[in-house]
Design a protein around this ligand. Structure first.
Ligand code: HEC
Length: 161
């Protein structure tokens, strides 16, 4: 399985153009360009540490639909009143977005978010951190949590160039 993934990643990297695409024909996004972008994101997922390297980026992106009503994830977006911005969440200290008013429970907790912590949080926010203010029951499906966390790891680390 690992060998297969490595081969796939190698293949994806070998196929991605080294130079930016030519400026001609760059107006409307076409299906081919969108597919190439999706493949590039999936290659980043494959380079994550296990078990997240086995995740499905596209499925994770869709699963994030459950979170969007409360959370932005774009780098420049302000936190919504409903939830803190999640850009850069992996590696960030819990409760540390300056423009969001956290619960006492989140503000006084002291750890950095990583894959394992996110997995516990998303399984059941209330069981993981009693007294927090995220009104969300949790994601019961293990595969969906893995896809979602891999999406957070990749999407929330994307920088604008
Ligand atoms: C109903 C609104 C709502 C939904 C839906 C929601 N969240 Fe949250 N989330 C919050 C709030 C509010 C907080 C802050 C909790 C606190 O202060 O106790 C939070 C906190 C978080 C944190 C910790 C942020 C930090 O800065 O430490 C993560 C990670 C997170 N949410 C991920 C998710 C993901 C992933 C989903 C979708 C599966 C999701 N949330 C769905 C409202 C929501």
């Amino acid at each position: 399985m690992r060998a297969l993934i490595l081969v796939m990643v190698g293949f994806l990297f070998a196929c991605s153009p080294a130079a930016p695409p030519p400026t001609t024909n760059s107006s409307a996004p076409n299906a081919e360009a969108m597919q190439a972008a999706a493949l590039a994101m999936q290659a980043k997922v494959a380079a994550l540490p296990g078990p997240f390297n086995g995740a499905d980026y596209e499925a994770g992106r869709r699963a994030f639909g459950q979170c969007r009503s409360c959370h932005a994830i774009e780098p420049d977006a302000p936190s919504r009143g409903t939830g803190p911005n999640l850009f850069g969440i992996v590696g960030r200290k819990i409760g540390s977005e300056a423009d969001f008013e956290y619960s006492q429970a989140a503000a006084s907790a002291n750890f950095d978010w990583d894959g394992a912590k996110l997995d516990q949080w998303l399984t059941s926010p209330q069981a993981f951190l009693p007294g927090n203010r995220m009104s969300f029951v949790g994601v019961r499906n293990e595969k969906q949590r893995r896809d979602l966390i891999a999406y957070l790891m990749v999407a929330s680390a994307e920088t604008e160039e």
